[in-house]
Every structure is written in structure tokens, then in C-alpha cells.
Design a binder for this molecule. Structure first.
Ligand code: GLU
Length: 376
């Protein structure tokens, strides 16, 4: 098997984010949900879950469903109208997903995110923990932007980029963008009959960006430009991304069966990308001093527990980057800390089982989880 085929193999994915565009799911004129399509999608999801793969769904369509339900006229809605539409539409959308997935004994958990949840480190960690917990419990997270509270200035606005941010947040290895295009074309297929779909992209070059043009579908908000923006986010997080046409039933199975699509293949893996980010680009504001026992455990690939920490210094909040040093003050690693300075002070030297008693709530067992830690 050539390395290319291997990287395109969906069955090799561990954690998959599927982004579903409005135009696939919602009838633009009546605002009804295409139940047959959704039922087939649930089959696709169940097949992935049955193979032990984890699936997160990022779905658009709340506004498209809600605006018809609330009987808004055609044309652009004002912000508060969109928010009202999303409030009713999301409910109906989630209900439909839940019903279809329940046929396969799958449970959903709805998570509505704002831009802040992916940018503010503390909220990021909370959102990530919720998603991780849902996945651990075998539930399929159903994610959309929290349109009812986000104002235009702070809205992400399109779910292509939200999908990529979610993929980066949970270190997914695969992001599937299902919309109404077959992939990235060499030229605009509406104007050029010789346009062909590019099967694989390894780097977003200016030539690739030029190919993206301004293709736009009527119901959703994301064109090819936002899909490339999503590809950049996904690839820099070590997550491969595929753009595929979702109009036919069972689009995920069709990708596996060789349907035309464009794969964006990153150099690294989610793990290497995340570690690279932690090691290099952060500005640590605090220090955790660890004992020899903890150091040994860290070198053995374990997480940093409060028991092995002898002192904490600096200023940090939950989720901030900190330096880990040994008794001589030598840096031994860097990581994202799961507690604030104040809480870490209370916890240091204590067993993880004492955390709840010391803080009054039960947080993470680790001060730094091994996934958030890079040794020097
Ligand atoms: N969050 C919007 C909705 O559910 C969709 C954004 C998009 O079209 O990508 O209606």
C-alpha cells in the first residue's frame, strides 16, 4: 500500500469530526429536515462507532430550520432574528439527530460553542474536557456555534472553521467536511468543463488558494475560501481533512468507497502538533517544582500528580502554560496546568483523592495531564 492510500484510509482514523452543512440537511424552502438523509447519516456514524472509532458531529442548520418554523420572510435576517431562529431551530435539529442515532443505540450530547471557547485557554480546557468526557462515555457530541448568544463581531459564522477548531481542540485525526461540492477544483466547475477535483493537497500554497475562488452555496455560509481556512487550522493541528459532497445518502461510506473528494494531508500527527505547540509557542507564566519521584514518573510517560509537586511559583490560571523544574531549578518540561496558582498551592504534596476535600470540587486528578506535557 502506498503511503498516500494509507493516509486517505478512513478506517485508520481514531477520532473523526464530521461537519454537516445546512444545504444537506435542511430544505431551504420549507425548513424541514431531510430525515431520510439523516437516517442514512446515522447509519454511517453507527458503522464508525461500531468499529471503535470516536465520532463528533458539527452540524449547521439551526438557523435554516428555525427561520421557517418562525415564519420569517425570505432575505437577510437581523442578528436578533437569526438568534431567535437558531434558538428554535437547534432544538428541532438536535431532536432529529437524537431520534435517528437512537435507532442505533447511540446517545448524543449537545455542545454549543462560542469563538471564545476555542480561544480563551480556560474555557478551551473546559470545553475540551466536556467533549472528552462525552466521548469516553460513548456519546456522540453534536456541536454547533452558540448562535443565540454570539453577536456578529464575535461569531465564527461558519461551521467549516468551527469544525476545524473542534478537531484541533480534541486532537482529532480526521475532519470530514460534507457540503455540496465534490472537493477543491482546479478551476470553477460552473464555468470550466475541464475543471477537475484535486485528490490530495499537502500544503496550502497561493496556487491552491487561487483555485478556491469564491464558490458559495445558497443555504450555508461557508464557501471554498472558508474550507481552506479550516484546512489550515486542521493541518497545523496535525489533523487530515477531507472535503466531500454529502448530497447522496451515506456520504461517509461513499468516501471510503472512493467517491471523488479532496484530502488535505498534514505533515505531523495531532499528538506531534500539540506537543510542538506546547513546547515552542507558549509563554509560560508559572513554575512547578517537582521532586525526584515525580520526575521519574514523568520520564516514564506519566502525568504530573499534585503529590509530586513541592512548590509552585509565578502567576497562572487553569489552562496556562507553565515550566516544570527539578529541585535544582533546571527546566525538565513544559505543560498546560489543570489548576490555577491558588488551587495548585493548596493541592501540592497531596494525593489526588484529597482534591475534592481540599478545593470543594472534584477537578482533574493530574496537575498536568501527560497529553499536555512535553519533556525537555
Ligand atoms: N451555526 C449556523 C446554523 O446552525 C450555521 C453556520 C454555517 O452555515 O456554517 O444555522
Amino acid at each position: 500500500m502506498s503511503p498516500h492510500r494509507q493516509t486517505r484510509d478512513l478506517s485508520a482514523a481514531r477520532r473523526i469530526v464530521i461537519k454537516i452543512g445546512s444545504s444537506l440537511l435542511v430544505d431551504d424552502e420549507h425548513g424541514t429536515i431531510h430525515r431520510k438523509w439523516l437516517a442514512a447519516m446515522a447509519e454511517d456514524v453507527a458503522r464508525l462507532c461500531g468499529r471503535g472509532q470516536e465520532v463528533l458531529i458539527v452540524s449547521s442548520g439551526a438557523i435554516a430550520v428555525g427561520r421557517r418554523h418562525l415564519k420569517f420572510a425570505d432575505g437577510n435576517l437581523r442578528l436578533e432574528e437569526k438568534q431567535a431562529a437558531a434558538a428554535t431551530g437547534m432544538l428541532r435539529l438536535a431532536h432529529a439527530y437524537q431520534e435517528e442515532l437512537a435507532h442505533h443505540d447511540l446517545t448524543m450530547g449537545q455542545v454549543l460553542l462560542t469563538l471564545d471557547d476555542s480561544e480563551n485557554r480556560r474555557r478551551y480546557i473546559n470545553a475540551r474536557n466536556t467533549l472528552e468526557t462525552l466521548l469516553r462515555l460513548g456519546a456522540v457530541p453534536l456541536i454547533n456555534e452558540n448562535d443565540t448568544v454570539a453577536t456578529d463581531e464575535i461569531r465564527l459564522g461558519d461551521n467549516d472553521r468551527l469544525g476545524a477548531r473542534v478537531a484541533a481542540m480534541v486532537s482529532a485525526d480526521t475532519l470530514i467536511l460534507l457540503s455540496d461540492v465534490d472537493g477543491l477544483y482546479t478551476t470553477d466547475p460552473r464555468r470550466d468543463e475541464n475543471a477537475t477535483v484535486i485528490p490530495e493537497v499537502y500544503e496550502i500554497t497561493p496556487e491552491i488558494e487561487a483555485m478556491a475562488g469564491q464558490a458559495q452555496s445558497s443555504v450555508g455560509t461557508g464557501g471554498m475560501v472558508t474550507k481552506l481556512a479550516a484546512a489550515k487550522v486542521a493541518m497545523s493541528a496535525g489533523c487530515r481533512m477531507v472535503i466531500a459532497n454529502g448530497h447522496e445518502l451515506n456520504p461517509v461510506r461513499r468516501i471510503e468507497e472512493g467517491a471523488s473528494c479532496t484530502w488535505f494531508i498534514p505533515k505531523g500527527t495531532p499528538r506531534s502538533a500539540r506537543k510542538h505547540w506546547i513546547a515552542g509557542t507558549l509563554n509560560p507564566t508559572g513554575k512547578l517544582i517537582v521532586d525526584d519521584g515525580a520526575l521519574k514518573a514523568l520520564k516514564g510517560g506519566k502525568s504530573l500528580l499534585p503529590a509530586g509537586v513541592v512548590n509552585v511559583e509565578g502567576r497562572f490560571q487553569k489552562g496556562d502554560a507553565v515550566i516544570v523544574v527539578n529541585g535544582d531549578g533546571t527546566e525538565v518540561g513544559r505543560g498546560l496546568v489543570a489548576y490555577s496558582l491558588k488551587d495548585a498551592r493548596l493541592l501540592m504534596g497531596h494525593k489526588s483523592s484529597e482534591i475534592e476535600g481540599l478545593l470543594g470540587y472534584r477537578g482533574a486528578d493530574e496537575l498536568i495531564h501527560r497529553d499536555d506535557l512535553v519533556l525537555s
